[in-house]
Design a protein around this ligand. Structure first.
Ligand SMILES: Cc1cc2nc3c(=O)[nH]c(=O)nc-3n(C[C@H](O)[C@H](O)[C@H](O)COP(=O)(O)OP(=O)(O)OC[C@H]3O[C@@H](n4cnc5c(N)ncnc54)[C@H](O)[C@@H]3O)c2cc1C
Length: 471
């Protein structure tokens, strides 16, 4: 049973309607639209937002942000609903559900794709594919393009094309004061927002509400991918990671140590058994695919389904999570995956208190060729991003799951954090995502653009306080 938390504000809808001129567009608990907009994939939250609304334009977002500030409402933004931070839709907040900003347009001549602030990765990817083009997002079609991009974006094309933010061309964003500006590498008609553009590439939803994103598109032929499953041995894990790190950039791979899901590609006898599941994507020429996958195949998969396939078909995502599913997840980075590291990772999943996984994504390639200071994603030189995730329907097991995260990330020596895979949100976690100078710069930019921390329902960066004037 979900209760309104004690700091909930009594929703004064009338005032909100008057100030925004959006009468009849707000949804309160008990309505079907509220239930859709107030819910995240990982739910079970006992903190209910007060009101939801689906803006249809940047201008409406601007009116909403201004009214919310005047009326002292806390703002939360919902895109694809796949965020791990359950605190994001906080008690008493006004949720801007961006799903109606769902326009995708693909300009094959300029090789630029545009996505509204509520577009999902699969929607954009399928539209781009009609032209033999792609921008790399993650592994799931249902994740929001804006949410994924603001955190960095690691996926099947990352070693070839870089993180998603490396393809970001510009972002239209509604700021805390209601201005609608376009942030990009250059000065433009809305001003010079190059610092903001730097911050948006990794700094999350801290700087405003993104209403449109433009990305570079790259020619992409069908790719070779699918699933390979292996015995979860330290040798297999170590050798698989090093095979990918040594491979050409066109090979990106996601690996998970996890109980085998009931997928047709995996024999029924193995369902539920701990396996090392490998999802490769070879985006180079098809006649080299066999050679590129050979080092993985030599490890002797216990199951395999690999095909030459349209790129969008690789974005499968996991099977739907049962409701409620509460995540405890923490990410980090490692510089080496040796035999001992692999052994500790396998032991951790074997001894976890709830259904758990450790996922490993080898980086390198184009990710590492961008200097770390160039965007707010500060971990480019690390060899792998890894995250430990525990899922449970039982709130009573969350404390155990969090304790498991602590011991697992410590035993694997994971340092730094990747905001996109972070449910735990201590000060150390946020500081880990944005170490040293990255945090200093982010706080300064936050101070310039959102000094009152209007956008705080996220992995929050506190604004730097302006120096008192000498006068
Ligand atoms: C099944 C699954 C698979 C995933 N796969 C990958 C992957 O392969 N690679 C990867 O990098 N990440 C991946 N992620 C993580 C995902 O990128 C992040 O959780 C991301 O924040 C989800 O965005 P969303 O819009 O779907 O979620 P939401 O919960 O709607 O949003 C999360 C946060 O993003 C911000 N936000 C969203 N939209 C906007 C907007 N328009 N303007 C301003 N702020 C906004 C807000 O702060 C919000 O709280 C995955 C997550 C899941 C659950």
């Amino acid at each position: 049973m979900r209760d309104m938390a004690s700091d909930e504000r009594v929703p004064n809808l009338q005032l909100l309607e008057d100030r925004t001129g959006m009468s009849g567009r707000f949804h309160t608990p008990g309505t079907a639209q509220y239930e859709k907009s107030a819910k995240l994939v990982f739910d079970g939250s006992d903190r209910l937002p007060a009101v939801t609304v689906r803006p249809r334009s940047a201008e409406e977002v601007s009116r909403l942000v201004q009214a919310a500030r005047e009326l002292d409402w806390r703002i939360a933004v919902r895109g694809g609903g796949h965020g791990f931070a359950r605190h994001a839709l906080a008690a008493g907040s006004l949720v801007l559900d961006m799903r109606e900003l769902d326009t995708v347009s693909i300009d094959p001549a300029r090789r630029i794709g545009a996505a509204g602030g509520g577009v999902l990765a699969g929607e954009y990817t399928r539209a781009a594919w009609q032209h033999g083009l792609a921008t790399g997002f993650g592994d799931s079609p249902d994740v929001g393009v804006a949410g994924l991009t603001l955190g960095g974006g690691i996926g099947f094309l990352s070693r070839r094309d870089g993180l998603t933010i490396d393809s970001l061309h510009s972002a239209e964003i509604v700021l805390a004061d209601g201005r609608i500006v376009t942030a990009s590498e250059e000065e433009n008609a809305t001003g010079d927002h190059r610092d903001l553009f730097w911050a948006l590439r990794g700094g999350g939803g801290n700087f405003g509400v993104v209403t449109r994103l433009e990305f570079e598109l790259r020619p992409t032929a069908p790719v070779t991918g699918g699933i390979m499953a292996f015995e979860p041995t330290p040798e297999n894990l170590e050798r698989a990671v090093s095979a990918v790190l040594e491979a050409p950039d066109e090979l990106s791979v996601m690996m998970s140590l996890m109980p085998a899901p009931p997928m047709p590609a995996i024999p029924a006898a193995l369902h539920g058994e701990l396996l090392m599941i490998v999802l490769p994507c070879w985006s180079g020429s098809s006649d080299r695919a066999e050679r590129m996958l050979a080092p993985l195949r030599r490890l002797g998969p216990v199951a395999e389904q690999i095909a030459w396939a349209p790129y969008p078909s690789l974005l499968q995502g996991p099977p739907p999570f049962p409701e409620p599913t509460l995540p405890a997840s923490r990410s980090g980075f490692a510089d080496t995956v040796d035999r001992q590291w692999a052994e500790r990772a396998i032991d951790a999943v074997r001894t976890a208190p709830t259904a758990s996984t450790i996922q490993i994504r080898p980086m390198g390639g184009a990710i590492a060729r961008v200097p770390s200071a160039e965007t707010a994603f500060a971990h480019r030189e690390r060899a792998v991003m890894a995250f430990a995730g525990a899922l449970t329907p039982d709130p009573g097991l969350l404390a155990d799951a969090h304790a498991w995260l602590d011991t697992t990330t410590a035993s694997l020596g994971l340092t730094g954090r990747y905001v996109n895979f972070m449910s735990v949100d201590t000060e150390d976690d946020v500081a880990g995502a944005y170490p040293g100078r990255t945090m200093e710069r982010l706080r300064r930019i936050k101070g310039d653009y959102d000094p009152a921390n209007t956008f705080s329902s996220n992995h929050n960066i506190l604004p730097a306080r302006a120096e008192p004037s000498a006068a």
